[in-house]
Design a protein around this ligand. Sequence first.
Ligand SMILES: *Cc1c(COP(=O)(O)O)cnc(C)c1O
Length: 381
Amino acid sequence: MGLSKTIWSNPAEIIRNKQPDHPVLVFAPSILQATARRFLKGFPGLVTYAVKSNPDEMVIENLVAAGIKGFDVASPAEIDMIRRIAPSAALHYHNPVRSRSEIAHAVRAEVKTWSVDSVSELEKLIEMVPAEGCEISVRFKLPVAGAAYNFGAKFGATAELAAVLLSRAAAAGFIPSLTFHPGTQCTDPMAWDAYIRTAAEICTNAGVKARRLNVGGGFPNHRIEGPAPELEAIFALIGRVTEEAFGADAPALVCEPGRGLVGDAFSHITRVKAFRDRTHIFLNDGVYGGLAELPLVGNIDRIAVYSPEGEKRIRAAEPRIVFGPTCDSVDRLPGELPLPADLEEGDFIVFKGMGAYSSATNTRFNGFGQMEIVTALTLAD
Ligand SMILES: *Cc1c(COP(=O)(O)O)cnc(C)c1O
């Protein structure tokens, strides 16, 4: 992705030296590896990485270096990339809907773990995937609780249907497992509590002992001013509730974080193109670029503002309307963003916690979206 060989100290140094006119994502591999080790140490089971949140090869390589051995993949392209970079890694094909040619591709790539949330797609898998040594995880959903974004709107069987699918998968000779996704940026740990207890009920109703329970992604990253999310508290709750709900039949646990792993390893440098009549801020990036997620998940207020000389603007913040660079009127950040009163045209706004769903969903709409990724030792101000 055009990574330069220079390793900068921090985003302010990049601003001082380059004054970049295009958006720049700053990657700190040390932070990514530290977060990966935090998951590996704290989560009571297997940690896999949801590739879609940031498929940059540097990210995958650093996760492998930190000890991540499994990946949640959703497409033949993601499968092929992981097979190339980490040939021995476990691949969990957890997009519950696939075409027949995609299934055939994954069988050839020796994918052993699949998720499913419907009768039609389960029958396709039973027909096309050799059951021997293969796991089918039934994805179920509950009404939304605690997350920034409703994942159940697209995927997940009801608890009733999940019991039917679980026994059908077991009867067809597959290793039966369960999976769910509580919704991305899930800051309420009780969402996991409710899902895990429902998983135990599904097993009881199906009369099937699940081999594994995948508790999804959804782990939050630090997007909002204030204390960072307490991942360890979520890990502890997941372990405790699994024991309580399943007792001696407890399945092995798996998680598949995207945002929680990669989010805090990147900061995003944007530039103020114009301060129209001192009312509206126009940035060089917006909702068709690296800031695509903000209207869906909420504004990021962990920001730092710098003059072109790299001096931090520290005057009290005032709420401002912020637009992106395209001519489309939806290209606007939600609500208003608190920005320092001494903000000027040509200044830089650094958004923190921008590693997930930023470069991955960047478009070139309207001729914008030229984005550079550079490396830094830290993301400190
Ligand atoms: C997107 C996705 C994830 C990652 O979600 P985050 O909220 O980024 O942690 C995990 N599992 C599945 C099946 C997904 O589709």
